[in-house]
Write a protein that binds this ligand. Structure first.
Ligand code: GLN
Length: 260
């Protein structure tokens, strides 16, 4: 009998030991971590991305759109700002997940990053001072000085003009300021941004010349090969277009319905 007791006690002790080894058996499963989407933009590009004076809040069409995309796809969206030419390197380095910054989908950029389906059709235009009567088209910019934003399609276009002197700025607002100060003859920038600037009072001092150059499509960029995130973004974009949310955001910033 005593022997049996000893055997039972040994068995109980063994089971206890094994259980202790299991450790954490009683802990609740960790709550699933919220997915975070680290977004960056260059916020001198109203009405797509900008910060109202004295505010840290990111406003604009792109900002509303990416927040809606994140919500739809189940991500917490965190937005930060950086220079336009820093966006693609930041994606490549994995410092951000998404660049949403009025970025034109180009073949060159497609080699470096992946783009979502296009979400906005844009194009470049020339801005000059109101009293300038000599510049009427791109051809007239030959040998003239042009302000652009670093790393943009506007910079590329400016550099394609024979003999033109290019002044490249970190911010779009600086390029426009340079024109106002008569430091350059023209600015080349995206037409909707120029249009917004003119509507916000810029028309008192400046005007556009010629028509919008070839169409450019904006895309949301992710690190090359980040298929999961790209799929999530594309699915969300499609859903927002279907459920009317995209249209609502478009109307907020452009006052009209999106061109189909
Ligand atoms: N759409 C232009 C480009 O991609 C300009 C973008 C911008 O200045 N934010 O180069």
């Amino acid at each position: 009998m005593k022997k049996l007791m000893l055997v039972i006690m040994a068995m109980v002790a063994a089971v206890a030991l094994v259980c202790a080894g299991c450790g954490g058996g009683e802990k609740k499963a960790a709550a699933p971590k919220e997915k975070v989407m680290r977004v960056a933009c260059e916020p001198t590009f109203a009405p797509f991305e900008f910060q109202k004076e004295g505010s840290k809040q990111f406003d604009g069409f792109d900002m509303d759109l990416i927040r809606a995309v994140g919500k739809q796809a189940g991500y917490k969206v965190e937005i930060s700002n950086m220079g336009f030419d820093a966006l693609i390197p930041a994606l490549q380095a994995g410092n951000i997940d998404v660049a949403c910054s009025g970025m034109t989908i180009t073949d060159e950029r497609k080699k470096a990053v992946d783009f979502s389906a296009p979400y906005y059709t844009s194009g470049l235009i020339i801005l000059v001072n109101k009293d300038n009567d000599s510049i009427k088209s791109l051809a007239d910019l030959k040998g003239k000085s042009i302000a652009v934003q670093i790393g943009t399609t506007g910079e590329k276009k400016g550099r394609s003009v024979e003999g033109a002197k290019i002044k490249a700025f970190n911010a779009n607002t600086e390029a426009v300021m340079e024109l106002q100060n008569k430091g350059v003859d023209a600015v080349i920038n995206d037409a909707p941004v120029v249009g917004y600037y003119l509507a916000q009072g810029g028309a008192k001092v400046a005007k556009t010349v010629g028509s919008v150059m070839e169409a450019e499509e904006y895309g949301i960029a992710v690190k090359k090969g980040n298929k999961q995130l790209l799929d999530d973004i594309n699915k969300a974009l499609a859903e927002l277009k279907k459920n009317g949310e995209y249209e609502k955001i478009y109307k907020t910033w452009f006052g009209e319905t999106a061109k189909k």
